[in-house]
Design a protein around this ligand. Structure first.
Ligand SMILES: [Zn+2]
Length: 306
């Protein structure tokens, strides 16, 4: 069974008018079931900087997701709690958990966070690549700042409600301020190792050590640019996984595909997970290490958060 921490399928199908059950992208429920996916985190994403418009986009995507779910009940269910996972164990249905990628939609009201929680959102990435009211995104460059007071308030409320704090895309300064104040393990849903591929979206060894100490996890991602500067491949993705295990230990690495968030991925689509598993076995990872990577580590963290 497989758990994946990040796919952009909802925003993609909502724009294209396609379906969750079956579509032309990297991920759909029919293929995911064949591949043995047990839980998929699906992000809600708006490129709007204006918070009202971003919130409108996010609410539209939540409604699109709910409408799609009406016709997919035999294939999938929504995960809002550990109990949901427990109740659906062994039934062959795929759990889907909603994530907000970028805090623009929160505007300046904590009530928006609570409303999104009530609508089923269980994870929030404070920023996408750009600066917003909560913090700076990683693409703001060397001048990127840390958390604002509002960002701190949001982290506190997320800790209290039981929502995962996702540090993918945040500036290094923002990363360190969250690590300092959060009372729960953090998630970096989709990023690789800077030591293997020096892309600003990847994590330094120091950042990964801090995540291990915090009890959190990093989802290795299949985005070609984050795998290698030249000739990205499945083998180099395995290099990232081995480096992360070396730095953080095997308890802190998971999968964060970024399916449907990028044109191509080093693993073609959700059906190709067996190729990754074969490559990990070939590299000498034990069955236990592979199980931790595929699902156990995320379940441990989720239990602590939700
Ligand atoms: Zn992303």
């Amino acid at each position: 069974m497989i758990i994946d921490l990040h796919a952009d399928t909802i925003s993609r199908i909502a724009v294209k008018g396609e379906h969750l059950e079956s579509n032309s992208g990297h991920f759909d429920l029919r293929r995911a079931r064949e591949a043995g996916v047990m839980l998929q985190v699906l992000s809600l994403f708006s490129s709007e900087r204006d918070s009202n418009r971003a919130l409108e986009d996010v609410l539209f995507q939540i409604d699109y997701f709910e409408q799609e779910m009406l016709s997919c009940r035999e294939l999938a269910y929504q995960v809002r709690s550990m109990q949901d996972l427990e109740d659906n164990r062994g039934q062959g249905r795929i759990g889907l958990m909603l994530h907000l990628e970028g805090g623009e939609a929160l505007g300046t009201r904590i009530s928006n966070l609570r409303t999104l929680y009530r609508l089923g959102v269980r994870s929030v990435g404070l920023t996408w690549n750009r600066r917003n009211l909560l913090a700076d995104g990683v693409m703001e460059g060397a001048g990127g700042g840390g958390l604002s007071d509002w960002g701190r308030e949001v982290i506190d409320e997320m800790n209290r409600l039981g929502m995962a704090v996702d540090l993918a895309h945040i500036s290094p300064a923002g990363f360190w301020s969250v690590i300092e104040i959060t009372k729960k393990p953090v998630i970096v849903s989709h990023a690789n190792a800077f030591a293997v591929c020096p892309h600003p979206r990847n994590l330094s060894d120091e950042q990964m050590l801090a995540i291990a100490e915090n009890g959190g996890i990093v989802g290795v991602t299949f985005v070609p640019d984050f795998v290698a500067e030249r000739d990205p491949s499945l083998e180099i993705l395995v290099e990232h996984i081995c480096h992360m295990i070396k730095i953080m230990g095997e308890e802190h690495v998971a999968l964060g595909s970024d399916f449907d968030g990028t044109e191509t991925t080093v693993i073609s689509d959700v059906r190709a997970y067996p190729m990754l598993i074969a490559a990990l076995e070939k590299r000498g990872l034990s069955e236990v290490q592979i199980e931790k990577l595929l699902k156990d580590n995320f379940l441990r963290v989720l239990k602590d958060i939700l």
